[in-house]
Design a protein around this ligand. Structure first.
Ligand code: GDP
Length: 323
């Protein structure tokens, strides 16, 4: 007999991860799941500190996400951006008027000395979010993209160059100085932590920066709770974004098995899409528990279904590992 899950930690990036996060938030109560978010995409722009993955998650959990763009806030207007363009300012990174309020509040608080963890908590509260959202660390870490066109900052690659350059590798600038925040340390060693989920986010751009925080990988491995990843690749393709393109450029097979191998011995379990069930034996052959289930999340019900399957799977692994 499995016991109800006590606490889960879910590592997430932006859009793909936030879909499962919404499913988890609608399935588990606020004491049962904490989200740990990539901040390697964060950057300074127009004097503001922008945290794209944190904001994607906050807007998604508060039903503020813009369904038309897939990023930013709903019911957005663009007066500031238009005026910026008129005055010769930079407009390649599109900041809406309502979204700007988030960056203004965050930047002001950070400048006054608050930590990113505290600022994120305040923004969450104001947006009515009940489930805890933690940045991966409080220090600035910047994902740098190595490419055949030279090294470039994440947003230059992702937004300005639209992921066109051929990727050769990644560097997480500043990660050596990063530390696990007290909130994360407490969570990672909590006796009631029953599972760690790696959401279907980009493994290279969204999850690896989290794992690069010194102590993170070791703490995840040391946790009694099993670590389970959900594949962001279905039938050899990404639903959105450059995951599959990057895999090809790095000389990796473009399939869910390669994602499982990428995470390597960090994982105890892996969830792949039903369409990829033929890969189950190979994944199991690498020593992991694995299941195949529908992982394409179009509706809220899809997100909740996958969340429930993932939590049940974690629970089964925990139960079968407990003597
Ligand atoms: P980003 O930072 O906004 O690019 O978002 P993430 O890194 O969190 O997510 C990008 C990944 O999410 C891509 O590899 C997509 O294939 C994956 N993804 C998006 N939607 C889905 C979905 O519905 N199901 C699965 N399995 N993966 C998805």
């Amino acid at each position: 007999m499995t016991q109800p899950i006590r606490r889960i930690l879910a590592l997430t990036g932006g859009v793909g991860g936030a879909k499962l996060a919404l499913g988890l938030a609608n399935t588990l109560n606020p004491g049962q799941v904490t989200f740990v978010v990539n901040t390697g995409d964060d950057f300074e722009h127009l004097g503001l500190r922008i945290c794209p993955d944190i904001d994607t998650l906050l807007y998604t959990l508060s039903n503020e996400a813009n369904p038309d763009t897939g990023w930013g806030r709903r019911n957005e207007t663009w007066h500031c951006l238009e005026a910026l363009g008129q005055l010769g300012g930079e407009t390649w990174f599109r900041l809406g008027d309502r979204d700007l309020a988030t960056h203004l509040i965050r930047t002001t608080a950070l400048t006054a000395g608050a930590s990113l963890t505290t600022v994120t908590q305040r923004l969450s509260e104001r947006l009515g979010i009940q489930h805890p959202v933690l940045p991966m660390c409080d220090q600035n870490v910047a994902t740098m993209i190595g490419s055949t066109a030279g090294e470039m900052a994440f947003q230059h690659y992702f937004v300005r160059e639209r992921c066109a350059p051929n990727v050769t590798g990644f560097r997480f600038q500043g990660s050596e100085q990063a530390t696990l925040s007290p909130a994360l340390q407490e969570l990672l060693t909590a006796p009631d932590l029953d599972g760690i989920l790696i959401c279907p986010s980009n493994p290279f751009l969204s999850v690896d920066p989290i794992l690069a925080v010194p102590g993170m990988r070791a703490a995840l491995k040391a946790a009694r709770a099993p670590v389970v990843a959900i594949s962001p690749i279905i039938q050899g393709a990404a639903i959105k974004g450059p995951t599959a393109k990057i895999m090809a450029e790095l000389g990796l097979p473009q399939d869910a098995l390669a994602v499982a191998r990428h995470y390597g011995d960090l994982l105890d379990g892996f969830i792949l899409d039903s369409h990829d069930a033929s890969l189950l034996e190979d994944v199991r052959g690498s020593g992991l528990d694995a299941i195949a289930t529908p992982t394409l999340m179009l509706t809220l019900q899809d997100k909740m279904n996958l969340a429930k399957v993932a939590v049940d799977f974690v629970n089964e692994i925990t139960t079968s590992n407990t003597p």
